[in-house]
Ligand binder design. Structure first.
Ligand SMILES: *Cc1c(COP(=O)(O)O)cnc(C)c1O
Length: 231
């Protein structure tokens, strides 16, 4: 087996075991910067959900690969790309402001689409990252719940990097608590939590992730950091 096959199988096994013991967990295989040939290897191993963070790169791959793939846009969404992103990506992981959510809703209406979106939360208040603070989210819940053309399915976080596992766990727990408190109100109902990457997806699963976004642990080390990448 190739490295990709071996690494993917191991991670698929862990995700499936978690899904069995406590319900739905999806592996989003983050293929940004990796060629279509690598994605094909993972596809042939049964992987159907892939994450990309740059539109132009993804457009080429989407054309080359089977239509059965469910593409998730995980990167920062630039407003001027929304019209092209929505038809290709049924899931958008990083809707980071009320303004963007509202704009996306309008474009989705024009296109006759209903994308599933996650709201990115920046509970740590990191300047370098986008996302709703807890208080922004609280004050926008009414407006968010009124959007008719996007389906808000969950929250997403990229916790501060280079912290200990225990600190990372606390960020995941904090996101889940926030999701639970939103669900306890009657404005939004959010089934999903998008959290956990190569270094911490197992912790994220323990803390309730429904979508883990794993790239380098499957495909190997990325050569370059790319524009549009978060975190
Ligand atoms: C690149 C990226 C990932 C995957 O990162 P790895 O460390 O390679 O697993 C997950 N989420 C987002 C938002 C990313 O940009």
């Amino acid at each position: 087996m190739s490295d990709i096959e071996t690494q993917l199988s191991e991670i698929q096994g862990k995700v499936a075991a978690a899904a069995k013991s406590r319900g739905d967990v999806q592996l989003v295989a983050v293929s940004k910067t990796f060629p279509s040939a690598d994605i094909r290897v993972a596809y042939d191993k049964g992987q159907r959900i892939f994450g990309e963070s740059r539109l132009q790169e993804a457009e080429t791959k989407i054309q080359e690969l089977p239509p059965e793939i469910e593409w998730h846009f995980i990167g920062r969404v630039q407003r001027n790309k929304v019209r092209k992103i929505l038809p290709l990506f049924p899931y958008i992981h990083a809707v980071d402001s009320m303004k963007l959510a509202g704009y996306m809703d309008g474009v989705a209406k024009d296109l006759g689409l209903k994308p599933k979106i996650f709201l990115q939360v920046n509970q740590a208040g990191e300047e370098s990252k986008g996302g709703f603070s807890e208080s922004e989210l609280a004050s926008n819940l009414g407006e968010l719940s009124a959007l008719q053309n996007v389906e808000i399915v969950g929250l997403m976080v990229i916790p501060p990097a280079e912290k200990s596992d225990e600190e990372t766990r606390l960020w995941f727990r904090k996101l889940k608590d926030l999701r639970d408190s939103i669900n306890a109100g009657n404005l939004l109902s959010l089934p999903f939590l998008s959290m956990g990457m190569s270094g911490d997806y197992e912790i994220a699963i323990e803390e309730g992730a429904t979508h883990v976004r794993v790239g380098s642990a499957i495909f190997g080390k990325r050569e370059k950091k790319i524009e549009g990448e978060l975190g």
